[in-house]
Structures are given as structure tokens and as C-alpha cells.
Write a protein that binds this ligand. Structure first.
Ligand SMILES: [Zn+2]
Ligand SMILES: [Zn+2]
Ligand SMILES: [Zn+2]
Length: 272
């Protein structure tokens, strides 16, 4: 038997756990925005997933460059996009550095609607080959069903988010549901709940206590996490409404608040 350190792993880093304006919010003097607890510094929501075969970024937030520098990212194989809101795509142009590091175009994945909007905004990165090194260049892949990347299966999970549909993503291997990422959703439809039921780790939108038309509240996220039966859940896309410590005290066992720089990993089956 291989020892623990030799087992292949899927590692997850929370790059950002904050809402669209980030925390601290510009010009706000509330106790959370003034907090010195590093867990109260919430950059825009994004995760980074690595397997032995691939390094995958989910969303390119306006904070992407700083997130990449903070976590020492030096290579990407693919980028998944949840939806085309500004707080999830406006770091797109900084993918140019990862194109140079890779020496070619980056594969990006998302729904037809999401990729259409990204192509509209960042038109220069699509279709024609990049003219000079330093330009961003991507190859779009429209995904509507499960696909394989880096030795794991990724299933898009369409969830409602106001005028747009967000793609959540389920990462699984050999039928084992490892991670479900459900950022930016107003609810979790029954079909998605059934798909991710019993997932080992769930990261889910839990914006704030006060209702919001396009995001789950904290109590709504808790309800969804319990219905899904995740072994462990983390709330993301947090506002400045409560500090990390205060929010944690409000949550039941098994449900925590994600924070920037948080990491965890799964052991994968050998797939040689
Ligand atoms: Zn968002
Ligand atoms: Zn504040
Ligand atoms: Zn959004």
C-alpha cells in the first residue's frame, strides 16, 4: 500500500470568499470593515482546484491577480466560469500571464450564455490567434453536461441567480462526490439538490441575513446544506454584515464560513 503522502490528491484553495463589493467595502467604517482579523478580508469569490493532472481556476474576479500572487499560482490548465457578472469575470485579462506561462491558449469552460457574454466583452481574446506574446488567448468550451478534466469529472449545476443562470460545479471521481461549488444562487433546485446529495464538501452562497433577490441568505444556505446532506459545508460570497467569528457562532455543527486562503484536500483513487 502506498503511504498517505503518495496518494494523489485534489486540493482546493478558496481564493476569495466575499461578495461583489469585497470586504472591507470602500469608504465603510463598520467593525467588520475595520477588523484586523485576516478572515474578515474577503476578496471576490473564486476557488482554485488542483489534481495531479490539472490546475483549474473557477472564475477570474477583479481580485484575481492579487489572489494568484498571494497563493503563488504559476500555472493554469483551465478556467471554469460560473456566470458573467463583473465580480466573477473582470480579472479575465490577467489570464494573459497564464497564457505566457503555459506557452499557448487557455481552455475556458462555461455555459453558452456565460461564454457569449465573456466573448462580447473580451472580444480580442477569441478566434484570431494572438498576435504577440503577452496577449490573452483562450479556447472556449461550452459545457451543458458532465466533462472530464484533470482526472476528475465535473458536472455543471444550473442554479437561478436573478436574470442569469449560474453554473455551479460538482467535482467527482469514480462516483464519489467530492466538492460542490454553488456560488451566486437564489435557491437550489430539486434536480441540483439530488445531483449533489451527500457530497463531501459543499461551498455555497450565503450572502447575509437580510433577504436578497438573487442570493441565498445565511439561513437559506444552511437549509440547503442540510437538505443536500453535505458532510461539511462552507458559506461564501459573504458581505460585511458579520465578522467571521460572529458568523461562525450563528452556524450549526458541520457548517462553517469560508475565508480567503482556506485550503483542504481529498485523496483520490489511483487511476493508472
Ligand atoms: Zn458574485
Ligand atoms: Zn463595512
Ligand atoms: Zn452574480
Amino acid at each position: 500500500m502506498p503511504d498517505e503522502n503518495s496518494l494523489p490528491k485534489m486540493q482546493v484553495t478558496v481564493l476569495g470568499s466575499g461578495t461583489s463589493q469585497g470586504v472591507p467595502m470602500i469608504g465603510c467604517r463598520c467593525p467588520v470593515c475595520l477588523s484586523t482579523d485576516p478572515r474578515d478580508k474577503r476578496t471576490r469569490s473564486s476557488i482554485y482546484v488542483t489534481t495531479p493532472q490539472a490546475k483549474i481556476l473557477v472564475d477570474t474576479t477583479p481580485d484575481m491577480r492579487q489572489q494568484a500572487l498571494r497563493e503563488g499560482l504559476d500555472h493554469l490548465d483551465a478556467v471554469l466560469f460560473t456566470h458573467p457578472h463583473a465580480d466573477h469575470i473582470m480579472g479575465f485579462d490577467d489570464l494573459r500571464r497564464f497564457c505566457d506561462l503555459k506557452g499557448g491558449a487557455l481552455d475556458i469552460y462555461g455555459s453558452a450564455e456565460t461564454l457569449e457574454q465573456i466573448e462580447r466583452i473580451f472580444f480580442y481574446a477569441f478566434n484570431p490567434p494572438r498576435k504577440v506574446p503577452g496577449y490573452v488567448h483562450v479556447v472556449p468550451h461550452i459545457v451543458a453536461g458532465p466533462f472530464e478534466l484533470g482526472g476528475v469529472e465535473i458536472t455543471p449545476l444550473p442554479v437561478p441567480h436573478g436574470a442569469v443562470s449560474t453554473s455551479g460545479f460538482l467535482f467527482s471521481q469514480g462516483g464519489r462526490k467530492l466538492l460542490a461549488y454553488l456560488s451566486d444562487c437564489a435557491s437550489v433546485p430539486e434536480s441540483v439538490r439530488a445531483t449533489v446529495e451527500g457530497v463531501e464538501v459543499l461551498i455555497i452562497d450565503g450572502l447575509r441575513d437580510r433577504p436578497h433577490p438573487t442570493h441565498l441568505t445565511v439561513s437559506g444556505a444552511v437549509e440547503a446544506a442540510l437538505a443536500i446532506g453535505a458532510w461539511k459545508s462552507f458559506l461564501t460570497h459573504q458581505t460585511h454584515e458579520k465578522s467571521h467569528v460572529d458568523r461562525m457562532q450563528q452556524l450549526p455543527a458541520g457548517i462553517d464560513v469560508a475565508f480567503d486562503g482556506m485550503k483542504f484536500e481529498f485523496e483520490l483513487k489511483m487511476t493508472v
